[in-house]
Design a protein around this ligand. Sequence first.
Ligand code: SF4
Ligand code: SF4
Length: 288
Amino acid sequence: MFGQGIVKGLWVTFKHFIATYTADVRRGTEQYLGSTLADTPFEVRQGTKAKGIFTVQYPEEKLAVPERFRFIPFLVVENYDHPERPGHDWCTSCGICAKVCPPQCIWIVRGEDPQTKRPIPEPQAFFIDIDICMNCGLCAEFCPFDAIKMDHDYELASYDRTANHIYDKAKLSKEFRYWQTIAPTTAAEEAEARGGWEHSDVIKERKKAEASAAKAGGAARGAAGGAAQRPRGQAAATSEAAAGQAADAPKPEAADDAAAAAEKAKAERLAKREAALARKRAREQGGQ
Ligand code: SF4
Ligand code: SF4
């Protein structure tokens, strides 16, 4: 019959309309007086089993966004309480994200060593113009270091359309644990692909160190086994050779230098950690 589909569609709408009021009658007028509204969890009222038409009381109420939701990108940095690299950028300033960004709204200044002036794998500055960003997520898709991710924060409106919407590195940086909180499944999948929860460089370095330690251990075991099988005369010769090597071994001053360097590195790490925590505190105070 002509118009049957329209009638069916309108019937569905009408049922929802009626259900809104029958639900109110069932619960009395409490919904408008507040108590039931406040007591019923938001997820239940907005769930698939809920009846009627509901209005989200934004901004007091907000719909939960799905894990894959994406808005403005943010930069992942090491957790501020990380023992070795607190607040360290995961970004290596390779520039891939800036290259693939369709509206070209990413600017990166590569970091350089203050002494040698050679480039180092971390960004000195990183800017995203959030008014131009179209939330496509390509930067996050292409980043080979999982260093840029799409944020869930969508309340970014302000009255200033100039510098306020050009986010710098400090504004863009967020701890790795934030990414784990907003996207637990994706973060776990990425960690599995990297071979651990940390930055791929850290994982690579650790694997290298473990491999050389295993190699050194194997060589030492081999040498010990050989010495045990050698006749006494040869063993004496070996011990003389070992004594010669010991004479060539680093002198105590060299050991002192190494200890001083280790101390210096530790102090630098602590200073970095303090600076990262101070930045975090400043950001939190700024956001309040
Ligand atoms: S692609 Fe990743 S690592 Fe490379 S510059 Fe962009 S955020 Fe940094
Ligand atoms: S989300 Fe898309 S538009 Fe926005 S910075 Fe990334 S690549 Fe550029």
